[in-house]
Every structure is written in C-alpha cells, then in structure tokens.
Design a protein around this ligand. Structure first.
Ligand code: SF4
Length: 506
C-alpha cells in the first residue's frame, strides 16, 4: 500500500491511505502464490510462531478454568443460530429501539453505500472545519472490510486509528495480518523503527521496551482524542430488544472514542445482533477467553442512543449487509455468520502460523477468512484468488475445537470446495486434468477386475522409487510431485497379502 498524501491534525502529520485502494476482501494473488512468498520470510515466521504460541497458551489456561465451557459454546451457537433464523425481525426490533432512544439507523447494501453514508454523516457533522475533516477510529473489522479509511481519504477526511496495533499498521503504511492483533507480524524492534520514522513528536531516545513504546503511542493519541469531534466504531454486539451497541477492548482507546466526540458513527454487520440483554452474558464469557486469553475484557462499553449532556449527542449506526444475506441463503455456509471474530481459530491453525494473514489477501485471514471471504465476496472462477481460499487448510480440525460458537470450519471448507468444483464444471466446457483423473479412478473402482489391474499397474511405480519414496513423476503427474513426494507402492497389494493368509484367491 502506498501512502498517497498526508494531512495535518492538530499540527501533526496524518497519513491518508491511497484513494481508491480498496479490495479489502479480494487479494491480488492466489493463496498458494502469496503463501510461498510469505514462507520465504523467516522473520515473519518467527514473529508469528512466538505470538500465536503465547496467545494459544493463555487461551487454553483460562478456558480450562470454566467447568461449563462446552455448555457455553453450545449456548453461543444456539443464540447465533436463532439470530440468523430470525434476522429480519430482530433487525427491525433493533432499529425501532435504537431510534426510540435518539439514535439514527442507516442501511447499507454494500461497501460503497456504507462508505457514502459515513462520508456524508461526517461532512454533515460540521463545515470544512479541520477538526471534522479528521476523525478518530475504534478498531473495527467491518470498516476494514468496506475500505472505509480509503474511501474517506478520497473525500479528504483522515481517519486516525487509535488501537495501538492498528496505529502501528497505519503508521507503517502496512496491512493488518490478524483479526485481533493486526501487527502480529511486527516485533518490538520493528515497531520502534516505525515510531521513530513516522510518529510525529516522538522522543528520539525511544527504546524497544514495551512500556516505553506504549507511552509514546499514548502521548501521541491523547491529544487526538481530546480534540476529535467525530468518532467511528464497529460493534461486537447489538442488542435487539434495547437497541444497545457493545464494544469490548483492552486498551481504553475505544472508550475514549465512544465518549468524548460529539458525533459517533458505528458500522455494524447485520449478523452482530443478539436478541436480548441476557444473551450478552454468554458472549462476554466466551469472547475474552477465546480472543486475548483474559477472564473478562478490561473495557466493555455499552451505549443506547443519546443521553442528554453525557457522551455523543449525534449517534448513528450503519447496518451493513455486504454479502451477508447471500451467505445467509446458503443453509450450510451461513454457519460462518455465527463468528464473533475472536481469532482463536487463527492462533491454532498450522497454515496461518506459517503464512501469516497477508497471504489470504482479505481482511479476514486464517480459517474463518477461508470460509467467510468466499461467501461475502463470492467465488467467480477464472483464477479468482478468492476461489483458492477454501483450499488453504489441512482440514486438521483444530479451528473447530477452539471455536467458541462451534463453527464447523472444516465442514464449511469442504462445502465451499464442492461449490467451487461445481462452479468450475459449469463454467468450463472441457474437463480439467483433475476431473479426468477422478473420472478414471471412479471407472476403475466400479469393477473388482479393473481395480485389481490398476493395483498391479501401480506396482510398476516401484521402479521410480528411491529410498522408499517417489520424488519425481512425468507430466501431468509432475504437478503433484513438484510439492510433495509419494510413498513407494508396497511389494504386495492388500488382496495378495489377504489371499496369502486366508487362502482366498486375490
Ligand atoms: S470462526 Fe470461531 S474461532 Fe474463528 S474467529 Fe470466528 S468465532 Fe473465533
């Protein structure tokens, strides 16, 4: 990402992301290609390995403390399934409650519509006032998904990220690589360098000590919070019965954004609702333990419309579809909409741990990204990078085991692979080599005689083996051995072995 321009906010330079650089769900490269490049980065792998191991350990310890953890997971899944089954009704209930308490509800079908609404609201919040042309932001996946910062930059509005990790990413002109820890691919030395190069007014004697780095960011952000007139947030949950929005966070930056400015604009995916206030109880136990490995969130902010004289007096929520109703229409795939973005599945995924988030090309990386992105963005064939995401998994099942809302990600990956294969079959007139190979295998397996002949011919493969492995095969099978080898066929087929033991003919 290249920085297009810079602006000033309270005399400090502020980066404006390059206008027009959106594409926050669809990457430029197929996953295998992007992963190969990421795997060559040893520093990235060391940073990721250390960070994911640490978070995994913390999560496992605090989850083990909860005797009814499995029941909580069941409850979380049930509440979310209920929401998905009654979404139109609950959204209308939320709208009525939010409006009754002085808030304004906006509906956005897609990213462009959401970006236009937010831009107009910011503009309406004031004149060409410098303070209104600069807004503060709470960390939010929904706004990253729609490329809001880039859209605002096109309109000449600078969005200042206030979450520490997001700030690091923004200052470095980088992209987030993890849902919860966007700068997980950066270590302390890199962060120090980024601050020294890009943070206005930073002490040149800055050290790599975490506390010193945090204090530098604190000083930089504090002036920004106090002057901001417009804030933008996402929402972890929206309570339908009361019209309440909830943001959970660890640093307190969110609390500053949600309480100090005059105008608060929240962008929330329509699936983020829970029916009642009581339902929050389940998720406020599941989320912190699964995400940061904490027993509870340090900051849980809840707000319901406008309270005269207290907090923002101009409160808006943009309810975002952007592919969610299409996902909802898939009776299997819709389970991905249960996701509460805890990122536990990323931290246990052996693929994510080695490639990092950038290889996925989407704001949603890791296992959940591999099932959510194709559903939100669509799989379009013809070498669309998104089509490669359902294959970015070994199907080991670790993601399902940790998911607090029991999303069976491996089953969804297989479902999406089947959809991809069906789509390719419909699009291509000529069968692919893979399809021809599968058809030949199916033909062979339908007849015991053909199957036995196939087994015998396979034994010829022993001639190609060295040290018990076949490392090179002629084309088109060379595509397989280019990235993995094969065990040499055994001396005897199973049928020969069985016949030798039981006396039955093979
Ligand atoms: S899929 Fe499950 S584990 Fe992964 S981020 Fe979503 S809720 Fe968390």
């Amino acid at each position: 990402m290249t920085r297009a321009a810079s602006s000033t906010f309270l005399g400090m330079p502020v980066a404006l992301p390059l206008a027009g650089e959106r594409g926050t769900l669809r990457g430029e490269h197929p996953f295998p290609e992007a992963a190969r490049a990421a795997l060559a980065n040893g520093q990235l792998r060391r940073n990721l390995g250390h960070a994911t191991r640490t978070i995994r350990g913390k999560r496992a310890a605090v989850v083990a403390e909860v005797p009814d953890w499995e029941e909580l997971r069941d409850a979380g899944a049930a509440v979310k399934d209920d929401v998905l089954a009654r979404l139109p009704e609950l959204l209308e209930q939320f709208e009525a409650a939010f409006t009754a308490r002085g808030g304004h509800v906006h509906w956005a079908r897609d990213a462009d519509e959401a970006n236009r609404i937010v831009t107009e609201l910011i503009t309406a919040a004031g004149s060409e006032d410098d303070l209104v042309r600069q807004v503060v932001k709470v960390k939010s996946m929904a706004t990253q998904e729609i490329g809001l910062n880039e859209a605002l930059a096109e309109a000449g509005i600078a969005a200042v990220e206030t979450d520490l990790a997001e700030l690091i990413v923004q200052l470095a002109d980088d992209k987030p690589s993890h849902i919860l820890v966007p700068a997980i691919h950066r270590n302390r030395a890199e962060i120090r360098r980024i601050f020294l190069e890009h943070m206005p007014g930073v002490d040149p004697a800055l050290t790599e000590e975490p506390r010193v780095l945090a204090m530098a960011a604190r000083a930089y952000l504090r002036r920004t919070f106090l002057a901001a007139r417009v804030a933008i947030s996402g929402a972890n949950f929206g309570v339908a019965e009361t019209g309440t929005l909830a943001v959970v966070e660890s640093e307190g930056n969110g609390r500053m954004c949600l309480t100090l400015p005059q105008t608060l604009i929240t962008v929330m995916g329509i699936e983020k609702l829970v029916p009642t206030w009581r339902d929050l109880e389940v998720f406020l136990q599941l989320l912190p333990r699964s995400s940061t490995g904490e027993r509870m969130n340090p900051y849980t902010s809840l707000w319901t419309g406008v309270v005269p004289g207290d907090g923002p007096q101009d409160v808006h929520v943009v309810l975002l579809d952007n592919g969610r109703t299409a996902a909802l229409a898939d009776r299997v795939g819709r389970a991905a909409l249960r996701c509460i973005r805890c990122s536990a599945c990323l931290n246990v995924c052996p693929v994510y741990e080695r490639t990092g988030g950038h290889a996925y090309g989407s704001v949603y990386p890791g296992p959940i990204g591999a099932v959510l992105t194709p559903q939100l963005a669509g799989m379009h064939g013809d070498d669309d990078p998104v089509d490669t995401l359902p294959y970015a998994s070994s199907l080991c099942g670790a993601c399902y085991e940790v998911c607090p809302v029991k999303i069976d990600i491996p089953a969804l990956l297989v479902h999406l692979r089947a959809r991809h294969v069906e789509g390719e079959r419909a699009r291509r007139r000529l069968p692919t080599p893979e399809r021809m190979a599968m058809a030949t295998a199916a033909w062979g397996m339908r007849s015991p005689g053909r199957f036995a002949a196939g087994e015998r011919s396979m034994r010829a493969g022993r001639l190609l083996a060295r040290g018990g492995r076949i490392r090179h095969l002629p084309p088109p099978l060379s595509a397989w051995t280019a990235s993995r080898d094969l065990p040499a066929p055994p001396q005897q087929t199973f049928r020969q072995w069985w016949a030798g033991r039981s006396g039955t003919p093979s």
